[in-house]
Design a protein. Structure first.
Length: 269
């Protein structure tokens, strides 16, 4: 039963189907792990969500920042921006079922020596720490107080992480790390930098390059950083190869790390 980890889809449904054809995906026997940012930027976010929900037994999702943004727009917490392409979801007759399914997806997945999260881990966080922190957010996002959490994420300034944080500040800080981290200082101060790694601001480093980062016999699977592109190390699979920007959509078979790619086939604004 092969497992394929796939990078940020971002509404590029045609590319997803082409990639699944490329790997000869069989839902009865295969599994696909998705690193988040399922929606937005590409033209068919609705088709992506419907397909994944229908194929759910074979699909493992973690949420990304664009997925949380869709949930916040649907709740009227923030308005859509000019370049957003989520109106098909918002106007769909099954939007409530799809959005409920989406917000009940986790922020992390840990299995067989792999740990999947959308963006990254702070250097002081162990895998066990991150599992605990992610579950704190997941419990609220999937529960009755989810709207208050989304409002805090998108309307409050994100506090820097420290273990003493509590309440919504703590949940917002955890969510920011898990869904937005690219670069940080050795003490875990995040930047908002999104460019190529060689242009990282002075004093900051790609999160996986921090020398003091907690390491374990675990391979971290992420997306989120399109300017980094496909990047593979012994304990890292960074899979956002920029499909939403007209580049490639990538899958890696976890059993042997074979790479499969298709060129983006979507029409972009």
């Amino acid at each position: 039963m092969p497992t394929y980890a796939i990078g940020d889809i971002q509404g590029c449904f045609n590319s997803l189907r082409n990639l699944l054809d490329r790997i000869t995906f069989q839902p009865r026997t295969d599994r696909i792990w998705l690193v988040g940012d399922l929606v937005n930027r590409g033209p068919k976010s609705l088709s992506v969500l419907r397909y994944l929900r229908q194929t759910e037994p074979a699909v493992q999702v973690v949420l990304g920042n664009h997925d949380l943004f869709l949930l916040a727009v649907a709740e009227g917490i923030v308005p859509p921006r000019p370049n957003d392409t989520i109106q098909d979801v918002l106007a769909a007759p099954d939007r409530n079922e799809l959005l409920t399914w989406l917000r009940r997806q986790p922020l992390h997945h840990h299995e067989n020596g792999f740990f999947m999260v959308h963006a990254g881990l702070l250097p002081q966080w162990t895998i066990a720490d991150t599992v605990k922190f992610a579950r704190e957010v997941e419990a609220v996002l999937s529960g009755p107080d989810y709207r208050a959490l989304l409002q805090a994420i998108f309307q409050n300034p994100p506090p820097a992480w420290k273990p003493s944080l509590s309440g919504m500040d703590r949940l917002v800080s955890i969510t920011r790390v898990l869904t937005r981290l690219r670069t940080c200082t050795p003490t875990g101060e995040m930047s908002n930098f999104s460019g190529p790694p060689e242009e990282t601001p002075p004093g900051y480093f790609p999160w996986f390059r921090i020398p003091t980062r907690h390491r374990a016999n675990t391979t971290v699977i992420t997306g989120h950083w399109a300017a980094l592109g496909l990047h593979m190390e012994p304990n890292l699979l960074a899979l956002d190869s920029g499909c939403a920007w007209g580049r490639q959509l990538t899958a890696v078979r976890l059993e042997d790390r074979e790479v499969f790619q298709v060129q983006c086939s979507e029409t972009h604004n």
